[in-house]
Each structure stands twice: as C-alpha cells, then as structure tokens.
Design a binder for this molecule. Structure first.
Ligand SMILES: [Fe+2]
Ligand SMILES: [Fe+2]
Length: 174
C-alpha cells in the first residue's frame, strides 16, 4: 500500500511516519464500504480507493507540516469520494461535481462518527464548485491535494501510455 509518487510502504511497522498515518485511518480503511471503492475507476487506471489513499496521505503530510489537524484531514481524505457508483453511468439530480461530495458525506456519516473538520473537508472538497466556502485550513488542504492527485493520476497514466508507445515503436511489445 503506497501513495502515488511515494516510495513509502504505508504498512511498514518500522516506519514511524507510516505508522502514524495508518493510526489515523485504522478504524475506517478496512471497512467493506471503503474497500469497495477499489471496484471503481476514478482517474484513468487509478481506482477510487487508491485516489482516496493518495489524497489522505498527502493531506496528512501537509497538515502535519503546518501543525494542523492531520488526523481529521487523513480521515476525510479516505472518505471524501465515498460514493459507490460509476458517475459516468449514473444520472444524479445535480451535476456530479456538486452531487458526489454530499453523497460521500451522507455515506461517511452512516459509517463512522465525524468531527466538524472532517464533515467540512468532505462536503467542500470540490471547492470552488461547492455551495459554500470551506471553513477550515484542513479543508483547503484537502481540496488542493485532491486536485493535485487527480492531475498526478492522469499524468502517470500518460507517462505509461507514452512508454508503451515507445516500446511498441521499437517493436519490443510483450
Ligand atoms: Fe470528489
Ligand atoms: Fe477526489
């Protein structure tokens, strides 16, 4: 279990930072509803679970560096896209960008108790495409990291596609 562009094995018990991160999310990461996120594609070949882990880990690092509530932002990262449908195939009342944060909050609240920072970070993670401004610094961290990870996930796939193309052009496809 690793975040995108990170070499850190998050399950390594000898790594203090990894242990601290896992401690923050230990009560939610193994829940069936969260694990089910692995069955949905988020960006290119990245699953929604991997995307959520990416967002949680980098938000955790940033909040920790800033002396903010890194536990809440890590938990919110895991839960911010907790909707169990393919948004490309399911029609919702509002546009996906506005609908899914509310759906994620509703699902997350059904799973675990959330504090105000966690709720705010989840429901406003699409800011500025949200109905209100985020209230907490942690929420702003999550919204920026979410966008960064989305780009990173697409770029990685782009690199892989370019690599495959190069291999193909050299005639060494397997
Ligand atoms: Fe989202
Ligand atoms: Fe996201």
């Amino acid at each position: 279990m690793k975040a995108i562009w990170s070499k850190r094995k998050l399950t390594n018990n000898e790594d203090e930072l990894a242990k601290e991160f896992m401690e923050c999310i230990k009560d939610i990461i193994h829940l069936d509803e969260v694990k089910e996120l692995d069955n949905f594609v988020q960006h290119c070949n990245t699953s929604r679970l991997q995307h959520s882990l990416n967002v949680a880990y980098y938000s955790f690092l940033w909040a920790k560096k800033r002396g903010l509530d890194y536990k809440s932002v890590a938990r919110a990262g895991i839960l911010h896209d907790l909707y169990l449908y393919d948004w490309r195939k399911v029609e919702t009342e509002q546009h996906h960008a506005f609908h899914h944060p509310k759906e994620a909050l509703k699902n997350a609240e059904a799973l675990t108790e959330l504090n105000e920072i966690e709720k705010d970070a989840i429901v406003n993670h699409m800011w500025p495409l949200s109905q209100s401004f985020p209230k907490y610094k942690e929420s702003y961290i999550l919204t920026w990291v979410d966008k960064y990870c989305a780009v990173a996930e697409v770029v990685v796939q782009g690199y892989k596609a370019v690599g495959r193309l190069k291999m193909f052009s050299r005639g060494v496809t397997s």
